[in-house]
Design a protein around this ligand. Sequence first.
Ligand code: 5RP
Length: 237
Amino acid sequence: MNLQVEMWKRAAAEEAARLVRDKMVVGLGSGTTVAEVIRAIAKLRPQATFVPSSSATQRLASDLGLKLSSLNIHHKLDLMLDGADEVDPNFDMIKGRGGAHTREKIVAGAAKRVVIIIDRSKLVQKLGERSPVPVEVLAFAHEYTMRKLAELGGESRLRMAASGAPFVTDDGNYIVDTTFRSILKPAELEQKINRVPGVVENGIFVGVADEVFVGYEGGCVRLKSKRDFLKFTHGKV
Ligand code: 5RP
């Protein structure tokens, strides 16, 4: 594990944890960055309620004593805190390396404000530069679905777990990591992938993030606009 990246991630996570106020209902994404956020929140002990988006997040938050709820009880959230695998200048994202993007998209859709927490290595000029698009698919016809994704120009690989068996999501589905040579129109591709029979949801998130907290060598910078993004990536912060 890259220690420097871990430090950047923690700096951004600690800053994001301070957004949580008493009485808020807060959605929590998944992944190692969100785990840092949860640890930082637990230290601050706010009287807030949390809606986890995966069983791993639920376990950690519950172990650390956070009060949990679900979207079936709280339909509107004040805030969503989540990580990402890639963020572009429009704040469009690729998510789902943890395989929880379907639930994350649902939870984010219920939140008034979505704050994404990343380290600077995840900022990209174009989506797909460093990550495939994770696509959650029904196990039932996953090979057929992979062929259909190939017709869209995507090269899919079935994600495997450490055990050697296919990785299975919290909802019992498979993930196919699909590489597209270039993603010029993320919104269009997001819709096209979701129209393929057998696809549950894909990891392209368009127009979801309101703000991006980026951990870097100087601590944490909060990006609120494309202008902030470009200033930061051109070394002007
Ligand atoms: C899980 C996600 C994660 O937020 C994303 O993969 C980033 O994970 P990490 O913080 O471990 O780098 O989308 O579905």
